[in-house]
Design a protein around this ligand. Structure first.
Ligand SMILES: [Zn+2]
Ligand SMILES: [Zn+2]
Length: 396
């Protein structure tokens, strides 16, 4: 009898609180790594291929700890990229509200995952083998097995252990990344969405913290882009790849500057691949200095603070409410020079939003943009236009 009571108190392992917390953190971190490496980088974006020795345990572990079905997760996530920040985005804080995405992210995920059209359109290329059909598709079964395992290993503490395991991914992936990763943090790239990098060191969430970098280069297996950023998911992929258990298919190309280069097809390639970097450079080197200059020169006429003007002119109008849009148009109509650089910004953006993919026509448009900008009366704009030709992609 006392054996039964002992068993229910501590389970087979009979761990005290410290080691129990340690095991919990390792277990949840393994789930985070499986989400970012297997579901996200390998299946949804095809940035890396995994050896079956790695992918099978990851699938099993995801089934046990989350019950998420690969095809559903992949489809919902691909739709997020394809319809980002629109009404059709499954979990945009812009359209659903940050509170809803942060705390009810799973409900939003479920709605999209249960839509057969979403699965049909975005769920291609996912496993349909025997383990998938017999076990992994039954999403309630995995967590049930996990509950029994937790109970056996940790006794009564296993119930709390299991409950926390079950809310870990829904809160941190569906809530924090999908919510806060489109809400707070810093942006390396002026992407056409509101994605942000939460912190430069992506460790607890497996590198998913670098969400703005990921939106700029979705199919890149590496999420870190700057020298000071760290992506633990990428470190694990490199480790696996070193021992032949992973094959990296795509990483974001590095952007270089060759000041002696002339504006040619190579420039066009670099400008298109790194269009969000180019736009960030434009905001940094053209809009910001001019806002400072005009604010010092004609503060009264502008009717807004320097920071406000900067945010209005470097932000994306699609995500502005009526008041912000009005303020932007007031600022632009009160200052011709600011209006001019804003106009050039829209024209530059229109270049890569154009439907044509004819490289000759695109190169001609880029050259024309640079020529006209170089003839403008605004020094920072002229300077930027002259520097465009130096953009190059690293060859290796
Ligand atoms: Zn996103
Ligand atoms: Zn993604």
């Amino acid at each position: 009898m006392s054996f039964v009571i002992d068993f229910f108190e501590g389970g087979l392992l009979n761990l005290s609180l410290g080691p129990l917390i340690g095991v919990f953190l390792i277990a949840t971190f393994l789930t985070v790594l499986a989400v970012t490496i297997y579901l996200h980088r390998c299946m949804a974006h095809r940035g890396v291929d995994l050896h079956p020795i790695v992918s099978h345990p990851m699938r099993l572990w995801l089934w046990l700890t989350t019950g998420m079905v690969t095809r559903e997760w992949v489809a919902v996530h691909r739709k997020h990229h394809a319809r980002c920040e629109t009404e059709e985005d499954p979990h945009s804080p812009q359209t659903h509200g940050i509170g809803k995405v942060l705390f009810h992210g799973v409900a939003l995920y479920r709605v999209a995952a249960l839509d057969p059209e979403v699965i049909e359109k975005y769920g291609h290329g996912c496993p349909n083998d025997v383990p998938e059909r017999w076990f992994y598709r039954h999403s309630a079964l995995g967590p049930t097995v996990m509950a029994l395992l937790d109970l056996a290993l940790f006794g009564v503490h296993g119930i709390t252990f299991w409950a926390l395991q079950m809310i870990w991914i829904p809160f941190f992936a569906a809530g924090v990344i999908n919510g806060l990763g489109h809400y707070v943090g810093y942006r390396n790239f002026t992407t056409d969405d509101t994605s942000t990098n939460l912190v430069p060191w992506g460790i607890p969430l497996g590198g998913e913290e670098l969400h703005n970098n990921h939106h700029a280069f979705p199919s890149s297996a590496r999420f870190s882009m700057k020298r000071w950023e760290f992506d633990i998911g990428w470190a694990v992929i490199q480790g696996l790849s070193a021992v032949g258990l992973a094959k990296v298919r795509r990483v974001a190309p590095r952007l270089l500057r060759d000041e002696a280069a002339s504006l040619d097809a190579e420039t066009l390639r670099a400008v298109f691949a790194h269009r969000f970097t180019v736009m960030s450079d434009y905001c940094k080197h053209v809009i910001r200095p001019l806002v400072r200059e005009e604010y010092a020169r004609a503060r009264e006429a502008l009717g807004a603070s320097k920071g406000q003007i900067r945010r209005l002119m470097t932000g994306d109008q699609r995500f502005f409410d009526g008041a912000k849009r009005r303020r932007l148009s007031e600022v632009l109509s009160s200052n011709g020079r600011l209006a001019e650089v804003y106009e050039y910004r829209l024209r530059l953006q229109a270049l890569w939003d154009r439907s044509t993919t004819d490289p000759e026509a695109l190169l001609a448009s880029l050259r024309q943009w640079c020529r006209e900008a170089e003839e403008s009366g605004i020094a920072s704009l002229r300077e930027f236009a002259r520097s465009v030709s130096a953009y190059r992609l690293a060859t290796a």
